[in-house]
Design a protein around this ligand. Sequence first.
Ligand SMILES: Nc1nc2c(ncn2[C@@H]2O[C@H](COP(=O)(O)OP(=O)(O)OP(=O)(O)O)[C@@H](O)[C@H]2O)c(=O)[nH]1
Ligand SMILES: [Mg+2]
Length: 340
Amino acid sequence: MVVNNRAEVTAIGIGSAGIKIVSLLSRKSLLVDRYVYISCDGGDFSTVEQKDTILVESPVDQKLTPAIVRGLALGSAAKVRKAVGESKFVFVVAGLGGATGSGLAPLVAALAQERGATTVGVAVMPFEFEKKMKFYAGVSLRRLRASSRGVVVIDNDTLMRSSPEDATLANLYDSANKAAVKALGSLLSSGNPKPLGLNKLFGTVLQDGYSLLGVSSSGTEDKAEDALAGAVVSLGKLAETREASHAVVSLNGDPTFSAREVGLAVDRLGSLMDNEEVDVEYGVDDSGSAQLQVSVLASGFRSTKYDDYDPLAKILGDRVIDDEMDAALPEGLEALQPCD
Ligand SMILES: Nc1nc2c(ncn2[C@@H]2O[C@H](COP(=O)(O)OP(=O)(O)OP(=O)(O)O)[C@@H](O)[C@H]2O)c(=O)[nH]1
Ligand SMILES: [Mg+2]
């Protein structure tokens, strides 16, 4: 792997979804200096440059679980540390619910934090119909929060709202990825006329609890207001919006979008969220289209709908059980048994 130690901001995509989203982001002009991709499946690297990849291989053909993936990845920890290099900021992006992203995102975030990077996890949560994925996703999200300075949560159901009813799964993923990349891209944009900037982004994300991303778009006459309201509605499906302490609004439209509309939209956010105390920052990017895209990243949520994905943690509350046994392969590879 070719490592530029001076890269200040590194984005790491993990697993199939994380890699797709980060590789799409890497084609945009963002406040990110370097991109790294990690997976157990070499096929995930088809859209990225091989020099930026870390493959975590299993010597035995077996069904993977997050715990087994973490065990296998112990051998790759040095490569991950090297990839993090001297980065000041690291974004760890993964879809949660499968084995690879769920297993590795918290581990990679912990390694990056240990190296002194301010690390933010970006978790894409399963579609509502992916019931079986919820448990791994819930456990992993909690772990990712514990091993990062902040976590941005994106819900796949929020992202797919614009898909037609008869969309195939591939179509659904594609449109979810496009929406995710638009939203994350506008938060990390280095474009004009008023980029949000990392300081404001981190001012929101590095709060206690979770940051949730709401997105919407509109092409109507009152598009700022319409899209903002839509983004807040999507947040309301994930948590109580009045719990938020900070928010950033990112507006991506064309150059005709007026300053008055920007002001109106930003002013309205507190009342839409039923919380006039919320601390609001905003960024505007005019490289988009007449269809205004609004992302609202709100933070400070102590509870979200994802708490229900991990019922054990809910029951235990602050109490802890000894769950070391599932954390890794104990010694060598004897523990690698096919699951069925
Ligand atoms: N937005 C989006 N979500 C995806 C995509 N592919 C998978 N997902 C979601 O991401 C979560 C994890 O799925 P994957 O990324 O396929 O899983 P993985 O991390 O590669 O793990 P394994 O393949 O099981 O080892 C699930 O909720 C999927 O619905 C994608 O291209 N876009
Ligand atoms: Mg995969």
